[in-house]
Design a protein. Structure first.
Length: 489
């Protein structure tokens, strides 16, 4: 048949239906077959920023593609011999045959149904709040295995039109944020670990306004005297700052450093007896050494100001709270299967133990309060389950502008909103972080923007993992009360 004035798409579809062998056999004048290749990503944009992509030379230049490029790339066969002027092998000459070698297969720890759940839920968050970036990360707290990970904006490696410069980077590994109030979970854990406070210790929260070091510190509500447990539940900046002052600069710094802040997480592949493979150029974040602290640092860093962390650093640190004080090394590659069938597995291992099991249990009991009736994370509650977690609403720092000579300042309109937690609280099946950079709309707090999405992802995950509800209706009525209005923090 002859295609006249056909569109490129129509012609392509037609040619795809015709056997290449038939074309070659018929030897049609003006038509010939040309070999080409294309990497196919069956799930389109799913996990695209972690998987990465290939360049035009078939080289992996980002993500998993780059991490394993040397062993995933197939090697062509080779035939070597001496020949005469006519190209014929010389009699008695040595012939070397090297057969072609297929590339290795990389198996990830990602649980596909959970990845799909997270993709769907995060898409709704992005459509509703239109953040500049959004993230959701889920870890197995006992092994460090990555169960699912989503970031926005995304790209589809099958569609070059979506591969815009701003969509390609793996921002969860490279982009840093002041974490805000989710740091309070780590800071207060340090104070309990060092026996500076108990959950019953009380602090005067100064009715929401307190001056220290010549600067004011405020709470979103005016609180009076609160116990440490209530300081966590209400997310009091003033209470947390006073706890850190009692702990002192040195213990505060050492305690937070024990959570591996200021270090790349090294998420990747950890085979026994072999060199680990990790994502290249992961950010260290910003965690100032003690010698650079000023008078205010001890009151600001514990509430999530004056340091910057990647989403991966945040969830790695929180995994220790969920796992009895033990922080496992995050990894995303489960195993590598070589062409000959040889299989190498990633070996889960402990990365650090920043707090004791006793401290982790005490923190869990306090973090449960956050998702209960009077907590700032009520929207993250899941019916029938106890959820331990923390809201975060960090004002984004606007740097000084040398052109206008304006000084740097914390914006009142731009926030990094987040909710991080684990479920079920006492025997967690997962640790989950949901965060959004500069969400739009009337409500921009961590509880309002991320709590509901956390709850939705957590509920679907618990159902998928077939973990039955744990609270009886009477106990649930006491603990869980979803408000008609969103949390103000």
């Amino acid at each position: 048949p002859l295609l006249l004035n056909a569109s490129l798409e129509a012609a392509t579809n037609f040619m795809a239906a015709v056997s290449v062998l038939e074309i070659d056999k018929k030897k049609i004048t003006g038509i010939r077959s040309v070999e080409s290749w294309q990497r196919n990503y069956p799930r389109d944009n799913h996990l695209a920023n972690m998987l990465g992509y290939l360049d035009n030379e078939r080289r992996g230049i980002s993500g998993i593609e780059a991490m394993f490029d040397d062993i995933m790339t197939a090697q062509p066969g080779k035939l070597e011999f001496r020949r005469d002027v006519r190209g014929r092998p010389l009699p008695g000459g040595r012939i070397v045959v090297r057969p072609p070698r297929n590339g290795a297969n990389i198996h990830l720890t990602i649980i596909s149904p959970l990845q799909q759940i997270m993709e769907d839920k995060m898409r709704l968050l992005v459509e509703k709040y239109r953040p500049e970036h959004a993230y959701a990360l889920m870890l197995n707290r006992q092994t460090g295995a990555v169960m699912a990970v989503v970031q926005y904006p995304q790209f589809n490696p099958n569609d070059r039109n979506t591969m815009l410069p701003e969509n390609l980077p793996n921002h969860a590994l490279y982009k840093c944020y002041e974490p805000g109030s989710i740091m309070k979970g780590l800071s207060i854990a340090c104070a309990i670990e060092n026996r500076c406070v108990s959950l019953a210790t009380e602090y005067d929260c100064e009715n929401g306004h307190w001056r220290y070091g010549g600067r004011a510190l405020r709470d979103s509500h005016g609180y009076g005297v609160l116990s440490v447990a209530k300081i966590i539940q209400k997310s009091s900046n003033i209470g947390t700052a006073k706890i850190a002052l009692d702990m002192g600069e040195e213990l505060t710094y050492k305690g937070l450093a024990a959570f591996c802040l200021g270090q790349p997480t090294g998420v990747g592949f950890y085979p026994a007896g072999e060199k680990a493979r990790v994502f290249a150029n992961e950010s260290r974040g910003l965690f100032k050494p003690l010698k650079y602290w000023d008078t205010l640092t001890v009151t600001r860093m514990p509430i999530g100001q004056g340091l910057s962390l990647t989403p991966w650093q945040i969830i790695q640190a929180w995994s220790a709270l969920a796992n009895g004080g033990v922080m496992m090394q995050p990894y995303i590659v489960e195993k590598v299967v070589y062409p000959d069938g040889h299989t190498v597995y990633s070996q889960p291992h402990c990365k650090a133990t920043p707090i004791s099991r006793e401290t982790a249990q005490l923190m869990t009991s306090a973090l449960k309060l956050v998702t209960q009736k009077e907590g700032t994370g009520r929207s993250a509650a899941v019916k029938g389950y106890e959820i331990a977690g923390k809201t975060g609403t960090a004002q984004i720092w606007v740097p000084a502008d040398p052109v206008s000579k304006s000084k740097g300042y914390y914006s009142n309109s731009m926030h990094f909103s987040s909710f991080v937690g684990f479920a079920p609280a006492d025997e967690p099946a997962f640790v989950l972080l949901v965060s959004a950079e500069n969400p739009k709309g009337k409500f921009r707090t961590g509880g309002a923007v991320c709590g509901e999405t956390f709850a939705s992802i957590a509920k679907s995950t618990l159902e998928y993992l077939q973990i039955p509800p744990q609270l009886d209706p009477a106990e649930e009525r006491k603990q869980l009360s979803r408000p008609k209005t969103v949390s103000l923090r």
